[in-house]
Design a protein around this ligand. Structure first.
Ligand code: ATP
Ligand code: MG
Length: 653
């Protein structure tokens, strides 16, 4: 069980607020009246609300008899008795009306573009699904996907779903060791990979990594299916099969496997920001419903939209808002193989202009790194197609939010800051952009049907504005995880160990303001305790990032004899680190934070570094920084760390 703090004090006072333009609001399907009606309905009858959503938003082969079975709580089962297929809902049901509409627009690392209509995608997914069946894969078998970001990854997820196999996507940047752990934990029979893939101009040798993982263990794996992306890899004739040898000759029709609503759709290991990754298990019906409706509500979908979510399919965001949500809603989306800074820092902006992207969804880490390059790069491109911007993955500091809003959104696009987790399956707290004002740094309000609350150490609701506490969800919701794979106990302990089987504990700290808006303060186990004051890391980091010399900052606590904890800040500066040191920037920054947040939040030490330790999904790994701050050299799980080389620099000084 993670450490729990009774309350967290808020020191950041962000008061700016942005209402959608009248034109935006008028064109939104979900305006404030309709939103209010949805919220009312959900508040009056939680299960009835979700039952109605499920019946109207998804196609069922057999309707469900019972909306929610909570007899084995916290293992909830939604839509009991219902049978459906996720791939049918993402593809087949669109064919009568959208066969010729683009489903995927794919831009590869080199800038070449390929398109798949719904009809083409359906046909190729069916072929792949047939090939998987021919390879002996059945309903319930686990298939690990270790693929580059691209159409084949989406197809592989859809093909697994089509035959009822359970996919587990492992991010293509993970090492053989991490891959092996996940394959073994999942007990996968098949691995789908590519020979190699380009990423930011470099070659990533995926198949070599798979070979390495499999020689070290993974006895459950019988076959490896290899997509040829670049050419040049060694095949094991007994085990490995080329995609092009077994897929294209398959029939382009494939009868979907109709599965129970609670049948596992996929496993996904969490990003490992806080500890050893957990194999989060998601259901078919409940998960798909969450991905489908959240996509409609939060992204305000309209005919003609071109949606672009930059997340890799290795993360939950790539599951819900690349593979399942967009396709289930029948929209057109852009997917991208590469990275934001290759061949240069204009890549994203050039792509938005070229493909006339209307909704853009990315992570604060990308926004901050592109912001650091200056306004001139985005201003060179016509970004007028954009009408809505989104952020996910970490708290977004107000400075980055405002830059995103002003420079990328031209001041006209609402920003949806979406709070959710691998475990929640879909967005939980976020603005409905046509119906609500947004505030920089706040994820605003829970979606209809989502009962998020803030409680104190005893589980009592925190009612006072500005008082922090634990973010919890007090009623089950359809897209919640059903368990941790093979580890019910870890599931119960981690998420329901604190307040019993009815209260999901997210592990994040949060507070509400006078309008009831939620502000995420950071992870509970990252909260600072300075002279008896509990401060969220997010607020101190935001204050630092508001200084013009600061590109990015991470804050941790370090034991202090008198204060309990002292604040240690790691700061990446814009421009030269040497020059900043010479100008005594650390002192200036300490005063700056004190002047903005009060003396209590003044960092004791500011360490200027060239980069922060990040997970592969781009999140700051504070647990590592905390260990560094404490002078610990004890082993930390760094298997999901993006840039291990940075560790020495963080320690030095
Ligand atoms: P692990 O659980 O292995 O430590 P992780 O929590 O980083 O990894 P994810 O499920 O990808 O893995 O991330 C969810 C977490 O990301 C949330 O609990 C929250 O801390 C953070 N987060 C996501 N979106 C937001 C947001 N919009 N605002 C603030 N924090 C966010
Ligand atoms: Mg987590």
């Amino acid at each position: 069980m993670e450490a729990v703090v009774p309350e967290i004090e808020s020191v950041l006072h962000e008061t700016r607020s942005f209402a959608p333009s009248a034109a935006f609001a008028a064109a939104s399907a979900l305006d404030s009246q309709r939103l209010a009606a949805l919220r009312r309905r959900a508040a009056q009858d939680h299960e009835g609300f979700w039952a109605q959503q499920a019946a109207t938003q998804l196609d069922w082969q057999r309707p469900f008899d019972l909306t929610l079975d909570d007899s084995a709580a916290p293992h909830y089962r939604w839509f009991v008795g219902g049978r459906l297929n996720a791939s049918y809902n993402c593809l087949d049901r669109h064919l009568p009306e959208r066969a010729a509409q683009d489903a995927l627009i794919f831009e590869n690392d080199d800038g070449d573009v390929q398109r798949w209509t719904y009809a083409q995608l359906h046909a190729e997914v069916c072929q792949l699904a047939n090939a998987l069946r021919a390879l002996g894969i059945d309903k319930g078998d686990r298939v690990v996907l270790y693929l580059p970001m691209g159409p084949q990854a989406v197809m592989a997820m859809q093909a697994c779903a089509r035959i009822g196999a359970i996919h587990s996507v492992v991010f293509g940047g993970f090492s053989a060791e991490s891959l092996k752990d996940r394959i073994e934990d999942a007990g996968a029979r098949l691995v789908i990979t590519a020979d190699a893939a380009p990423r930011g101009g470099k070659r990533v040798a995926l198949k070599t990594t798979v070979d390495l993982a499999l020689t070290e263990g993974c006895s459950s794996v019988e076959r490896v299916l290899v997509y040829q992306r670049l050419g040049g890899c060694v095949m094991d004739p007994m085990r490995d099969v080329w995609w092009h040898d077994v897929v294209p000759q398959q029939p382009t029709q494939c009868e979907p496997e109709w599965v129970e609503s609670s049948h596992p759709l996929f496993l996904l290991y969490t990003s490992g920001s806080t500890g050893r990754p957990k194999g989060v298990q998601h259901s078919t019906g409940g998960y798909l419903l969450g991905a489908t409706v959240s996509m409609q509500w939060v992204f305000d979908l309209r005919p003609g939209d071109v949606f672009w979510c930059t997340a890799d399919i290795g993360w939950i965001t790539g599951h819900s808002y690349v593979s399942y949500g967009p396709l289930s809603n029948g929209i057109t989306q852009l997917i991208f193989e590469g990275i934001p800074t290759y061949p240069d820092g204009e890549r994203f902006w050039r792509m938005i202009a070229a493909h006339k992207v209307s909704i853009f969804y990315t992570a604060p880490t990308a926004i901050r790194s592109l912001m650091r390059l200056g306004d001139e790069l985005p201003l060179r491109h016509d970004l007028s197609s954009l009408r809505l911007l989104g952020s996910v993955g970490e708290p977004i500091n107000p400075e980055a939010w405002l830059w995103y809003q002003r420079v990328i959104g031209g001041g006209r696009c609402p920003i949806v800051d979406t709070w959710w987790q691998t475990e929640t399956g879909a967005i939980m707290i976020a603005p409905i952009p046509g119906a609500m004002a947004t505030k920089p740094g706040s994820c605003t309000l829970p979606l209809p049907g989502i009962c998020a609350e803030i409680v104190d150490e005893d589980g009592q609701p925190v009612t006072q504005a500005g008082q922090g506490g634990l973010l919890v969800v007090t009623k089950p919701w359809p897209s919640m995880l059903t368990t941790v794979w093979n580890n019910d106990e870890r599931f119960r302990d981690t998420y329901f160990g604190r307040f019993g089987p009815r209260v999901y504990v997210a592990g994040d700290g949060a507070q509400r303001d006078d309008d009831g808006y939620f502000w995420i303060l950071g992870r509970i186990d990252d909260v600072l305790n300075v002279s008896g004051h509990r401060l969220g890391t997010m607020e101190v980091e935001s204050a630092l990032a508001a200084h013009e010399a600061v590109a990015e900052a991470a804050v941790v606590g370090r034991p202090h004899e008198i204060k309990g904890e002292a604040i240690l800040a790691f700061v990446v500066v814009r421009g030269s680190r040497e020059a900043a040191l010479k100008a005594d920037l650390p002192r200036e920054l300490r005063d700056w934070v004190a002047s903005r947040l009060g003396a209590i939040a003044r960092p004791d030490e500011i360490r200027l570094v060239e980069a922060l330790p990040k997970t592969r999904s781009g999140k700051i790994m504070r647990r590592l920084l905390r260990a560094v701050g404490r002078g610990e050299t004890a082993a930390q799980d760094t298997s999901t760390l993006e840039n291990p080389a940075i560790l020495d620099q963080l320690r030095g000084s």
